[in-house]
Design a protein around this ligand. Structure first.
Ligand SMILES: Cc1cc2nc3c(=O)[nH]c(=O)nc-3n(C[C@H](O)[C@H](O)[C@H](O)COP(=O)(O)O)c2cc1C
Length: 296
């Protein structure tokens, strides 16, 4: 909706600090982690941490998940002013989510998906996008696309796999953009060249990047970092995370260690050590020492 290259939603990953870092490296938009529509309606205070902060609000969509069209609509109404637009999760394949008829389970019942989108659209002034997979069991993207367009959504993003595939096989990029609404392609985009290829093959208006950005925000700039830049970025990321979650930062940062140290010598031993650190200063010192060995 606003630009070509965005950071895809990732529960437990795309928090404020990671979004901030991604924006610094050139991501043009991002999503919150998925937020339960039910819990928004119940006004649970645990949700507060998910919502975009003031300075990023214009670039971050709020992703909601649920199955009841009216609950989805009401929750969208309650939070629409807190982000750039509302995104409906119709792609999550996780058991806990589909058991409740939410996420990719909506792809099994396109009438329901349509109703969800229509009700959300009726209740909000802001734009509404939908994130889908190719289908639940088999590729039915054409039908899904038509449903999403007919329901009045303003944008669609597709992860080129079925829900059943989870993360197996290769994501399909060869999905023709029919062009009725902005169309974003997602799945297995791990480099700047992949961004170009996925867009060329699909004719999409842009891409969403998820795993390819974990420990690799340079995917957004297309510039290969020098080793000292890598170190500075890691330390900066830890500082941002500490600002956001305080003492939980070392534990939260573990998700990124493997990405940041990929292909570096002695990375395996270093990771084993770093995964046990619980103090933020100790964590930063460990990275400083690790990177020192590359500059001598
Ligand atoms: C850890 C993790 C959490 C995710 N959480 C969400 C989520 O909250 N909402 C969503 O729509 N997709 C979620 N996804 C799916 C991604 O947005 C994306 O569609 C998928 O990973 C494929 O893109 P990729 O190959 O770039 O990783 C998640 C993926 C990962 C790896």
């Amino acid at each position: 909706m606003i630009g070509k290259v965005g950071l895809a939603p990732m529960a437990g990953v795309t928090n404020w600090s990671f979004r901030t870092l991604s924006f610094e490296f050139g991501a043009e938009f991002a999503y919150t982690e998925m937020i339960s529509a039910e819990s928004i309606i119940r006004k649970l205070s645990v949700n507060e941490k998910y919502f975009p902060r003031k300075e990023e609000k214009e670039k971050v969509a709020i992703q909601i998940f649920g199955s009841d069209p009216f609950v989805m609509a009401q929750s969208a109404y309650l939070v629409e002013k807190r982000g750039a637009w509302i995104d409906i999760n119709a792609g999550c394949p996780v058991k806990k989510v589909i058991k409740k008829g939410a996420g990719s389970a909506l792809l099994k019942d396109l009438k329901k998906l349509k109703k969800v989108i229509e009700e959300v659209k009726k209740n909000v002034k802001t734009k509404v996008s939908v994130k889908v997979r190719l289908g639940f069991e088999k590729d039915e993207f054409e039908k899904i696309y038509d449903t999403v367009v007919e329901a009045g959504a303003d944008m669609i993003a597709v992860h080129g796999r079925t829900a059943k595939q989870m993360y197996t096989g290769k994501a399909k990029w060869n999905i023709k953009n029919k062009g009725y609404i902005p169309f974003y392609i997602n799945g297995d985009i791990f480099s700047f060249d992949d961004i170009k290829a996925a867009m060329e093959i699909s004719g999409a208006n842009g891409v969403l990047i998820a795993r390819g950005a974990i420990g690799n925000p340079w995917i957004f700039s297309g510039k290969k970092p020098k080793i000292c830049e890598k170190k500075d970025t890691i330390l900066h990321h830890i500082d941002l995370l500490y600002f956001e979650v305080r003492n939980k930062a070392p534990c939260e940062f573990r998700k990124f260690v493997s990405g940041y140290t990929k292909n570096l010598p002695m990375a395996r031993q270093f990771r084993a050590k770093v995964m046990k650190i619980e103090d933020v200063e100790e964590l930063k010192l460990a990275f400083k020492e690790f990177f020192l060995s590359f500059s001598t």
